[in-house]
Design a protein around this ligand. Structure first.
Ligand SMILES: N[C@@H](CCC[C@H](N)C(=O)O)C(=O)O
Length: 289
């Protein structure tokens, strides 16, 4: 089975090219084996790249008129998610550099969270801007790590996020023992029966924030594109800004930086995220699972 490995701000993925659907949906066992960092390739998630006409996933079927390609995304524990903001840039990089898609016009990619438009800023190898669509800003909730509990803001980017701003004096490094990942945060399970991605945020300056993220289905990762968008929106709301009058925010993640804007124009309200996408390897998966 052919695979590629890539990352966006070090949120890493195994890509399975399955253009005509011959491979079919990877089983949860196969996804866990591919993502295993000791016995497999190691990744935060798996992306099957399939034409919308070659899968019966309802989201792909519904998008056939507007998108040739579907991002079939799974977390490293084998669970499905609606959207992956870093993953869709990496998938776009694959399509324009390895699968003949055009990079001089917007590229539509269908996801379970709606069709996303990708723009390639400086040719096929430059930064990628994704139109992430309109966020849904929800109410107040809470998240906790051990004894520490924060108020948080619910934001949906197609997938669910709970965004908490740390208090003055608290640091991202202080959230775990040195060198260790975040423990799974507690959250309101009644509010998020399917689980939630949790972002913990500090300010770095004017329109500049930094985060650590604990992803549903993958644990702590080095970046989360939808999470960075949710954080930007929550920060803009906190800062008294509305779509269309918010500046671009720099969102630092452990694996790099994403630039995010919340715009409102003739095409409506939406979040634009710009960041890198890198393919690092290609090969054949030999294990039987
Ligand atoms: N890392 C992704 C988000 C992947 C899905 C998430 N874990 C979920 O279950 O919703 C991103 O870059 O957005």
């Amino acid at each position: 089975m052919r695979f590629l490995k890539g990352h966006g701000t070090e949120n890493d993925f195994v890509l399975l090219p399955d253009h005509d659907g011959a491979l079919g949906s990877p089983s949860p066992d196969l996804v866990r084996a591919l993502c295993d960092r000791h016995a497999g390739l190691g990744a935060d998630g798996v992306i099957r790249v399939v034409r919308t006409t070659a899968t019966d996933d309802p989201a792909a079927v519904a998008a056939r008129e507007e998108a040739e390609w579907f991002m079939d995304y799974r977390n490293s524990d084998g669970s499905l998610s609606e959207m992956c903001g870093n993953g869709v840039r990496v998938l776009g990089r694959y399509l324009v550099t390895r699968a003949g898609a055009s990079y001089d016009e917007p590229l539509a990619v269908a996801t379970r969270g709606g069709t996303k438009l990708l723009r390639f800023e400086d040719g096929p190898d430059g930064p990628v801007t994704v139109d992430m669509g309109a966020p849904v800003v929800g109410g107040s909730t809470w998240v906790a790590l051990g004894e520490r509990r924060w108020e948080a803001r619910t934001v949906s980017m197609g997938n669910p996020h709970a965004v908490a701003f740390l208090d003055a004096g608290e640091t991202l490094d202080g959230l775990s023992a040195p060198g260790l990942p975040l423990s799974p945060p507690a959250y309101d399970e009644g509010a998020y029966p399917q689980g939630v991605n949790v972002e913990l945020v500090v300010d770095r300056g004017e329109s500049h924030v930094a985060l650590r993220v604990h992803e549903r289905g993958s644990g702590e990762t080095r970046s989360c594109g939808t999470g960075a968008c949710a954080v930007m929106v929550a920060a803009a709301v906190r800062d008294g800004r509305a779509p269309g009058d918010a500046p671009a925010y720099a969102v630092d993640v452990p694996g790099g930086r994403l630039e995010i804007t919340w715009v409102r124009d003739a095409d409506g309200e939406r979040v634009l995220m710009t960041g890198p996408a890198v393919l690092v390897a290609e090969g054949n998966w030999l294990a039987t699972r």
